[in-house]
Design a protein around this ligand. Structure first.
Ligand code: SF4
Ligand code: SF4
Length: 86
């Protein structure tokens, strides 16, 4: 079972090369390849929308500067997000 959301990630669909390192490294397993192709003709990564802990591992392993951004939610944002997903 996924823990409470403590973060969120955004993937720049046109900077991602679809290497998959972030998804393999994500402890929460909340990243997946998009079904769409980007300008490089690859399937970019996307956030499933829930369950990110904000740990930053995906950011650290990503070889493409600017492809992935991690946000840590404040306690209030986290509580509000959890409340809307109950
Ligand atoms: S910040 Fe951590 S939990 Fe969130 S998507 Fe990246 S690796 Fe996964
Ligand atoms: S590690 Fe970076 S380039 Fe590779 S799939 Fe993830 S976001 Fe895209």
């Amino acid at each position: 079972m996924a823990g409470p959301a403590r973060g969120k990630v955004e993937v720049d669909q046109d900077e991602c090369k679809g290497c998959g390192l972030c998804a393999e490294s994500c402890p929460a397993k909340v990243l997946e390849l998009s079904t769409e192709l980007n300008r490089y003709g690859v399937h970019p990564m996307r956030y499933v929308g829930e369950g990110c802990s904000g740990c930053g591992v995906c950011y650290m392993v990503c070889p493409e500067p600017g492809a992935i951004t991690v946000y840590r939610l404040t306690a209030q944002e986290s509580e509000a997000r959890d409340a809307t997903t109950l």
